[in-house]
Design a protein around this ligand. Structure first.
Ligand code: NAD
Length: 455
């Protein structure tokens, strides 16, 4: 049995039966058998199922939000935001799927016509993270189902109940039980899934696990997508409004208790407005309510995985030892449960773990820079490349900088933002492949080339 514990209180919520290798194999075989009939349905029937699923989310939003908060410690208002945000993503996929996978006539020389069709991949495995289980789960699940695939979904062991809610609502909406199949468990269940006959593997999680999965899949020659971590930088230029930038970046660093793949993790500020920026940043962070995630006023909730507290402690100790200035926080908060004080450092540099390795918690460093060239060099001095931002009144100068940053998404005067209309992808150690946008629908299909010559 898998024990589900509330990370804010350490209380046992529930025990859930885990899948073992035999059950994973049986479920994968059933999904393979069920997929062709699902793919053969008219697209509108699959759309109808997804729209009923959306209705299920709306009807049960409060229950789903409170389960999410209890099992991973996200503040309840942010759990509701995630579920409300999911509705817009579903709408985007539903509106765009027909055009995204329509046959394309691309050539005709009078005797031979050329056409592209989009076939489903087949059986898609999805190994998912806990930090936004509805967003990152449904970025794969919804377009994969709409395009005619069967999905074997392994939610994170820290978001199991939310994964089971997704399954229950999809089944109630008419998706056959063998077409959408949840798998319960941790790394062992994930490993068992890798051993099955699957047509594609979509993974969202840490870089370390992503590399292990890529190694395990190396000889399998199936489509592999990896959405991994980040160390996302943002630069405040000399012409920015320091208060506006500070409020926006404090939110980007601390939202979801700093546990977003696109959390702001490094801040560079022009020396001319550095001190004023730091003052506003600190005031904003100190105004955030920390504590019980079920309280609607709470902004900073629990650290989901207890092990992450050690990572945060190590980054804080390393920064202090190397001369950083601790402005607030820097320590665990009393238990039970996993809580960390929002932590802000200035006087940081790239010798420090805090400015190099993913923190994944409410901990941030602010570094003073001399201008655009230094900021650009520092932003690109990292192995990750998920998002990056510039705060400035000058759009042309910002776009020149952002064009040179190695990141899948770039932001002008905003941060920590994901849109269903734009592709979500990483450079470098942030991964390979993408979700969202029309490309993130087509990625669940195999383009087939048709050469049609008249007799
Ligand atoms: P994780 O790597 O610990 O776990 C991810 C999933 O992999 C879980 O379901 C886990 O059970 C499974 N798993 C673990 N070991 C496995 C193995 N050997 N074989 C198969 N499966 C295995 O990551 P996490 O803690 O769930 O998520 C946090 C990380 O995810 C952060 O680094 C964050 O930045 C990243 N993330 C990235 C994105 C993105 O879009 N790029 C989105 C959300 C989270």
């Amino acid at each position: 049995m898998l024990e589900i514990r509330n990370p804010a209180t350490a209380e046992l919520i529930q025990r859930v039966a885990q899948d073992d290798a035999a059950s994973v194999t049986a479920k994968a075989a059933a999904a393979r058998a069920a997929q062709p009939a699902w793919a053969a349905l008219p697209l509108q029937q699959r759309i109808d199922c997804i729209q009923r699923f959306r209705q299920g989310i709306v009807s049960e939003l409060d229950t789903l939000a409170s389960t999410l908060t209890r099992e991973m410690g996200k503040p309840i208002s942010q759990s509701r935001n995630e579920l409300n945000g999911l509705l817009g993503r579903i709408d985007f996929f539903v509106e765009q799927v027909a055009a995204s996978v329509a046959d394309e006539d691309v050539g005709d020389d009078g005797s031979t016509r050329e056409r592209i069709s989009h076939q489903p991949l087949g059986v898609v495995a999805n190994i998912s993270a806990w930090n936004y289980p509805y967003f990152v789960g449904c970025n794969v699940i919804v377009p994969a189902l709409l395009t005619g695939n069967a999905v074997l979904h392994k939610p994170s062991e820290h978001a199991t109940l939310s994964g089971l809610h997704i399954a229950r609502l999809l089944h109630a909406a008419g998706v056959p039980a063998d077409v959408f199949v949840p798998l319960v468990g941790a790394g062992d269940t994930g490993r068992a899934l890798l051993a099955q006959r699957i047509d594609a593997l979509f993974f969202t999680g840490s870089h370390a696990t992503g590399v292990r999965i890529a190694e395990a899949m190396a000889t399998r020659l199936v489509k592999l997508q990896l959405e991994l971590g980040g160390k996302d930088p943002s630069y405040v230029r000399a012409d920015a409004d320091p208060k506006v930038a500070a409020e926006s970046l404090a939110d980007g660093a601390m939202y979801n208790t700093g546990q977003s793949c696109c959390s702001v993790e490094r801040i560079y500020v022009h020396r001319d407005l550095h001190d004023g920026f730091v003052e506003h940043f600190l005031a904003t962070v100190q105004g955030m309510k920390v504590g019980d995630p079920m309280d609607t006023a709470t902004y900073i909730g629990a650290i989901t995985r207890a092990e992450q507290l050690d990572v945060l402690d190590a980054q804080v100790a390393d920064a202090k030892a190397k001369g950083a200035t601790l402005l607030t926080g820097g320590h665990r908060l009393g238990g039970p449960g996993n809580h960390y004080a929002p932590t802000v450092f200035s006087n940081v540099n790239h010798d420090m773990l805090l400015m190099r390795e993913e923190s994944f918690g409410p901990v941030i460093g602010i570094q003073k820079v001399s201008g655009d060239d230094e900021a650009l060099a520092l932003m690109n001095d990292n192995r990750y490349g998920l998002t990056a931002g510039v705060y400035s009144r000058d759009e042309a100068a910002s776009r020149r900088l952002l064009a040179q940053v190695d990141a899948g998404s770039v932001y002008w005067n905003c941060c920590d933002r994901v849109s269903p209309r734009l592709p979500w992808s990483g450079h470098g150690d942030s991964g390979v492949g993408l979700t969202l946008s029309r490309y993130g629908i087509q990625t669940f299909t195999r383009p087939k080339a048709w050469h049609l010559r008249k007799p």
